[in-house]
Structures are given as structure tokens and as C-alpha cells.
Design a protein around this ligand. Structure first.
Ligand code: ATP
Length: 513
């Protein structure tokens, strides 16, 4: 806009000058006076328009700085403490230095010790990164400024940098202060040749502010991201984000603790067993567990009961894990039958190959799925053998295998299974070096192209062999698969107790190799 405006003014100026010269040559005095007057008009126009552009920009700057210019009384001093953050003991211990430093700086000064200026919490969403940052502020009685990386991403050059300056000025005034920057990757992603000026200026300003901290300052920056790999190296250099702490999904013990925190103020029926709920929620984040506790309470209110029951929790787990139940689904009998055999195929394979513990099989549609097998591992697992990964692929393909065996044709219903199975096959080859012709190779995005053909051959070998195993497994357990499918068609769901009973009535064939 600014460039075009300058060009237009220049064009008028040159045009007017040519007319002036011509008018003078031909002694056209009236035209000459008009052109001279036009110089004044152009100058006035230039001044007015320039003022308008500058005013717009300064308004933008003003609105941006307001964000961090709250009055002292408006600034949060969180009342959250480490007691409110369940589990994550090792992280609390790691952050204790910061709290201790803010509370007793002299101790550190005497020892000549420095504490980190910046701490980076990274990991999947909903694992308690924001909560932890607030707890650090609460424990050290510090002010807490919340901001998000995206608040610093702006169109106008200089706006983001100005916001950073204002944020840090504000924090210094409020010290001791914890600045929490969520989605810090939006502000500090890797710079490259395509980076824009505004983004680079903002990141540079951020680095300058981090470097500019004096040891006497009790301002600590806590950044959070789900994508550590996106961050610019400069951010992670010692002296900036010195400590990088991974915050992952909670293990069984932490899940019990988190559930206890989120149910402590809720009226629970005696039959509610928090450890049972923790067992059924493997892989859930703290936020999902908090959501389950809340959904269970909402369910109890809906059913008009005074206390929350275990059933309410089971309902909530299913809702969070599988999505919202579709009321009055418009599904034909044929489709229902296909879904029942498909899910039965998954369940038979999962139980025979001992992949996770099945909680429930259902053909009541939820979200976009027409049916599902709800299953969780019995215990937290951190490593898997090659055979276990191959078995997982086999379980995923057994839904389609059942369709082929019972209906002689396959449907689109296996799309998500295929996606997951293919992902596991590629990870098995590229990440874990378990391909039969490519053993002990690690292949990343850069080296992928060199091995693309071999990887594709290996992956199709794995998928084809697994599908053959699935077909074999279902064929050798055809009566069992039929019984489960028929039960599903009649009752729509099967729980773990009923499933164990059906299985005990059939003699199982040995597991395929
Ligand atoms: P994101 O990466 O998406 O920003 P996050 O890691 O910052 O997520 P939080 O916002 O801190 O996650 O957590 C969301 C909610 O989940 C919290 O407000 C809290 O209710 C619950 N929660 C998560 N972890 C814990 C925990 N360890 N103890 C108690 N509650 C937790």
C-alpha cells in the first residue's frame, strides 16, 4: 500500500513537471499557474495520506501493547500449588530450584550459582504444562503473565517485537514474575530463507530480552510447546531455554492421582473405584481425565442421582475415548451386519493375539465410527517387540478379513484400520529397523528418498503377510466370530464379562506365525 502510494505521488509530480515545462515553452501562463497550484495540492495530499497510514499503524501498536499493560491488581497471582498438580514428581523436583531461587536469592548469590532464565516444557497436549507453570508461580508467590506465541505473530513489521518488549518490561516491574508463553513454537520456529522480516524481528527481540536478564532479576520465562522439533536452535542455546523438560501422558500411578484430584470435591458412590478407572484410561492425558470426571458428574445430574456412580464413569470414558453417541442412526440391516462381523473380527484377533484388554465391543455409532472395540493395555507399556507390532497390524486388518470371509467382498469401513496398520508398518521399517531386508536401519525424512522403493516393498510384504494371517485366524475361528457378530446384531454391545464367557465356550485354534 505504502509503495503504491509513493509511486502514485512520484508519477503526478513528474507529469506535472512535464506540463510546467511545456506551458513555459509555449508561454501558456494560465496553465503554468494551475500546475504550480497542483504542486501544493500534491504535497497536501501526500501529507494527509501519510498521516493516515501512520495513525493506523500506531493504533495497531497501541492495541497490541494493551495486552500486557494491565494494572498490578489485575495481574494474576495464581493460588495453584504443587498439590493441585498430581503426579509429575520428577518435574516438580526439577522446578523446585526456580521456586527456591525466587524465595531465597541470597543463598544462590553466596554460592555463585545461577538458575535457568528460561524453562521449556514440551510434550503432548493436555498433560499439565500450563498448570505446572501456574503452580511454580503459586509456590513462589510470583505474578503470572500468560501469553501465547500466536499473540506475537503479526503482519506489520515491528509490532511483534514491540509486544515482546512490553511483555518483558511489564514482567520486570512485577518481579518476581513468571512469564508463561504457550505455543512458543509460533513465536520461535526455525528461521529459514523464506522467513519474513516481522517474524525474525520478533524472535530476535525475544532472544535479546532473554539475554538481557540480569541475575538480580527474578523474572523466569516458562515456554510450552507440543513441537520441540520446530523450535529455532537459537532459542534452545544454553543461557536461554536452559532446561527442557518433557511432560508426557501420565502412567497408571499418576492417572490414579490425577483422578483423585479431580474427584475430591465430587460426591462419589461407594462403588466408584478410581484404580479401575485409571486402568481403563491408558494413554489418556491429564486434561482427558479431568474431562472424564466432569462428564461423569454431568451424567449423574442428567440421571438425577445424588452421587456419581461407576457406571457414570464408564459412560464418560466411552464418550471421551470413542466420541459422541449418534442417536437414531440411519443404518440399513445389511450395513449393521457388516459392521457386526467387522468388529467381531477385530475382537477375535485381539483376544487370541493378546493385544490389550477388551472392555467393550459396540455397533452403536459414535462420531464417524459405525462400530468400535474399546480396549486398553493391562499395564503401561513403553517398548514393544517386533512380533507384538506385527500382531497389532494383524488385529487391525482382521475387521476387513472378516468382511471378506463372510460377505465375499470388502467395504470402505476399514479405512482407519488401514491407515493405522500402514503407519505401524512404516514405523517398524523406518523407525525401529525391523524390516526383514532392512534390519537395523534408521530412516528419516532426508534419507527416505534413497530407500523409497525398498521401504515400499518391505511395507507391502508386511501388510500382505499380516492380512493372510488375519484371514487364517478368522477362518480357523469362524464359529466364534459368527457367535460374537450375531450377539452384536441382537444386543448392539458386548462387555468384557460376556465376551470372556463366549470365548470360554469355544476351543481356540493355535495362533498363526
Ligand atoms: P496444551 O499443550 O494443550 O496447552 P497443557 O499441557 O498446557 O496443554 P494444561 O492446560 O495444563 O495442559 O491442562 C489442562 C487441564 O488438565 C488442567 O487444567 C487440569 O484440569 C488437567 N490436568 C492436566 N494434568 C494434570 C495433572 N498432572 N494434575 C491435575 N490436573 C491435570
Amino acid at each position: 500500500m505504502k509503495k503504491r502510494f509513493h509511486f502514485l505521488i512520484l508519477f503526478f509530480f513528474i507529469y506535472n513537471t512535464i506540463i510546467v515545462i511545456l506551458a513555459k515553452k509555449n508561454s501558456m501562463s494560465t496553465l503554468l499557474y494551475i500546475c504550480i497550484a497542483l504542486y501544493f495540492v500534491i504535497a497536501l495530499l501526500y501529507w494527509l495520506t501519510y498521516r493516515f497510514i501512520n495513525k493506523k499503524k500506531s493504533n495497531q501498536l497501541a492495541s497490541s501493547t494493551n495486552l500486557f499493560e494491565k494494572k498490578k491488581s489485575e495481574l494474576d497471582k495464581p493460588e495453584i500449588s504443587f498439590k493441585d498438580v498430581a503426579g509429575l514428581e520428577e518435574i516438580k523436583e526439577e522446578l523446585f530450584d526456580i521456586i527456591d531461587y525466587i524465595n531465597d536469592r541470597d543463598k544462590y548469590k553466596k554460592m555463585g550459582a545461577k538458575v535457568p532464565k528460561g524453562i521449556l516444557l514440551y510434550g503432548p497436549p493436555g498433560t499439565g504444562k500450563t498448570l505446572m507453570a501456574k503452580a511454580v508461580a503459586g509456590e513462589s508467590n510470583s505474578s503470572f503473565i500468560y501469553s501465547s506465541g500466536s499473540e506475537f505473530v503479526e503482519k506489520y513489521v515491528g509490532v511483534g517485537a514491540k509486544r515482546i518488549r512490553t511483555l518483558f518490561e511489564r514482567a520486570r516491574k512485577e518481579a518476581p514474575c513468571i512469564i508463561f508463553i504457550d505455543e512458543v513454537d509460533a513465536l520461535g520456529s526455525k528461521r529459514n530463507s523464506e522467513s519474513n522480516n516481522e517474524k525474525d524481528q520478533t524472535l530476535n527481540q525475544f532472544l535479546v530480552e532473554l539475554d538481557g536478564f540480569k541475575d538480580s532479576n527474578t523474572v523466569i520465562v516458562i515456554g510450552a510447546t507440543n513441537r520441540l522439533d520446530l523450535l529455532d536452535e537459537a532459542m534452545l542455546r544454553p543461557g536461554r531455554f536452559d532446561r527442557k523438560i518433557y511432560v508426557g501422558n501420565p502412567n497408571y500411578i499418576s492417572r490414579v492421582k490425577i483422578l483423585k484430584v479431580h474427584t475430591k470435591d465430587k460426591p462419589l458412590e461407594k462403588n466408584v473405584n478410581v484404580t479401575e478407572i485409571a486402568k481403563k484410561t491408558h494413554g489418556f492425558s491429564g486434561a482427558q481425565l479431568a474431562n472424564i470426571a466432569n462428564e461423569a458428574a454431568l451424567r449423574a445430574i442428567k440421571l438425577n442421582t445424588k452421587k456419581i456412580t461407576q457406571d457414570n464413569f464408564n459412560f464418560a470414558i466411552e464418550k471421551v475415548a470413542a466420541g459422541l453417541e449418534v442417536k437414531n442412526p440411519n443404518i440399513s440391516d445389511k450395513e449393521k451386519k457388516i459392521v457386526a462381523f467387522h468388529e467381531s473380527g477385530h475382537a477375535v484377533a485381539a483376544k487370541i493375539l493378546n493385544i490389550d484388554k477388551i472392555q467393550k465391543i459396540s455397533i452403536i455409532p459414535r462420531d464417524q465410527a459405525l462400530g468400535y472395540v474399546l480396549k486398553f493395555p493391562d499395564e503401561d507399556r513403553y517398548i514393544y517387540t517386533k512380533q507384538e507390532l506385527l500382531n497389532r497390524i494383524c488385529v487391525l486388518l482382521s475387521g476387513r478379513a472378516a468382511e471378506e470371509i463372510f460377505f465375499n467382498e470388502i467395504s470402505t469401513g476399514a479405512s482407519n484400520d488401514l491407515k493405522e496398520a500402514t503407519n505401524i508398518a512404516y514405523e517398524l521399517i523406518c523407525k525401529y529397523g525391523m524390516g526383514s531386508n532392512m534390519e537395523n536401519f534408521y530412516i528419516n525424512e532426508v534419507t527416505f528418498k534413497y530407500y523409497a522403493r525398498s521401504i515400499k516393498n518391505e511395507a507391502s510384504k508386511i501388510i500382505n503377510l499380516s492380512y493372510k494371517n488375519s484371514l487364517h485366524l478368522i477362518r480357523t475361528n469362524i464359529d466364534l466370530t459368527t457367535t460374537i457378530a450375531n450377539h452384536l446384531i441382537e444386543n448392539e454391545c458386548i462387555d468384557s464379562i460376556k465376551l470372556d464367557k463366549i470365548f470360554s465356550e469355544y476351543l481356540l485354534e493355535p495362533v498363526p506365525n
